[in-house]
Design a protein around this ligand. Structure first.
Ligand SMILES: [Zn+2]
Length: 383
């Protein structure tokens, strides 16, 4: 899926525009636009560096390709880090993107071979146009993610989708434009869902050459400014807490931007609930959702005054490991999240724990799970 996604970039279907032109129509501030132009140019330079380094290495007796990939990745990461924080999601993205682009470029350069002039000309694959197109695309993917994090930190509660309004905008992106939805909800785009334009993790097919942007709103409906701050002062927060106010209650969602890669089925979940975890009485039936950005997510509703109302849902996402133990771990984790919330209504110990930090809650949960694995003689290393 990842490689196919990157390969789309490599099809010169559209005329490549200079960055100033490419970002011009986007519904963003001049400061945001300037940052995107700079980021895309720096990333394009990194691509040209890759083409040059590969050309040199191809002519060596023993090409050291791992070294080329490492240097490329390092430079790419340095640029990203100057314009956005590098959290686990971005780190993972950089690894997959640079690996995929490296493989494709090397493949086409090797196919083109070294010409009579001693150089390698792989046409589009080593062109400035390709470097520019990749830089532009990646700048939006990276910076839209950064702006989502900034919006969360600034207390945004809602968002809407904005497109550039020309004839290149996909119909699926026109359809979601102007729709205002709660921050933690997804836009239904094409065949999938997205948290924001260029949400590569959830819907890579809808990211390429997309110049749409998100507009974020606070509780009063005022636009939350993003892309204004000094990146060097940003704090890396991989896990964010989103508070959503809706009617008489607030949803507290464990907002984890890292998704695993292993899908599971409801049948596998059911099987574990009937066997390993049969002594646990889940308040709601856990169901698989490939769309959430964490291994599991429990949605707890609260009354306006703060006490827990109910467990709305327990969703199980893609797992980080392809083992039964990993799924047991996730299910138990979500069970305990729900259990702590429900017990907080009547038990002072759980009330204090529930209202403490994520770190304390997760320490309690992880200790509990480890102990339970030990007791049952299951291998925790596989979880
Ligand atoms: Zn778009």
């Amino acid at each position: 899926m990842i490689i196919n996604g990157f390969d789309e970039l490599n099809t010169p279907k559209v005329q490549v525009e200079e960055p100033e032109e490419y970002f011009k129509k986007m519904d963003i501030s001049p400061k945001q636009r300037k940052e995107r132009v700079e980021t895309s140019k720096e990333l394009a330079d990194v691509m040209l560096f890759l083409f040059a380094l590969l050309a040199i290495e191809m002519q060596a007796n023993k090409p050291n390709y791992p070294l080329v990939l490492r240097s490329f990745k390092q430079r790419f990461r340095d640029v990203v880090n100057r314009h956005s924080r590098v959290d686990d999601y971005v780190e993972n993205y950089i690894n997959e993107f640079t690996g995929g682009v490296f493989d494709t470029t090397r493949k086409y350069m090797e196919a083109a071979g070294v010409g009579m002039n001693g150089r390698t000309d792989a046409g589009w694959w080593t062109s400035t146009d390709r470097a520019t197109a990749i830089g532009e695309n990646e700048a939006n993917i990276i910076l839209n993610h950064e702006e989502l994090l900034e919006a969360i930190e600034a207390g945004a509660v809602a968002k809407s989708w904005s497109n550039v309004g020309d004839n290149k905008v996909r119909n699926s992106h026109k359809e979601v434009t102007k729709e205002k939805i709660p921050l933690a909800e997804f836009f239904a785009v094409g065949k999938g869902i997205m948290l924001y334009p260029c949400d590569w993790d959830n819907n890579p097919d809808e990211c390429f050459n997309c110049r749409c942007s998100a507009i974020y709103y606070d509780e009063k409906g005022n636009v939350v400014k993003v892309g204004q701050g000094d990146r060097s002062t940003k704090v890396n927060k991989a896990e964010q807490k989103v508070q959503l106010t809706e009617n008489d209650y607030t949803d507290t969602i464990r907002y984890n931007l890292i998704a695993g890669q292993y899908k599971v089925t409801n049948a596998q979940i059911e099987d574990i609930l009937q066997n390993e975890l049969k002594e646990f009485d889940f308040p709601v039936k856990p169901v698989y959702s490939g769309q959430i950005k964490s291994a599991g997510k429990t949605i707890i509703t609260r009354y306006r005054w703060g006490t827990v109302k109910e467990i709305k849902s327990i969703q199980i996402g893609r797992q980080y490991k392809d083992t039964r133990e990993a799924l047991i771990d996730t299910l138990l984790h979500e069970y305990l999240e729900a259990d702590i919330a429900l017990k907080s209504k009547s038990d002072p110990f759980f009330e204090e724990l529930f209202n403490s930090t994520d770190e304390k809650i997760h320490k309690y949960i992880n200790d509990y799970i480890k102990e339970y694995f030990d007791k049952k003689g299951w291998n925790y290393d596989l979880a």
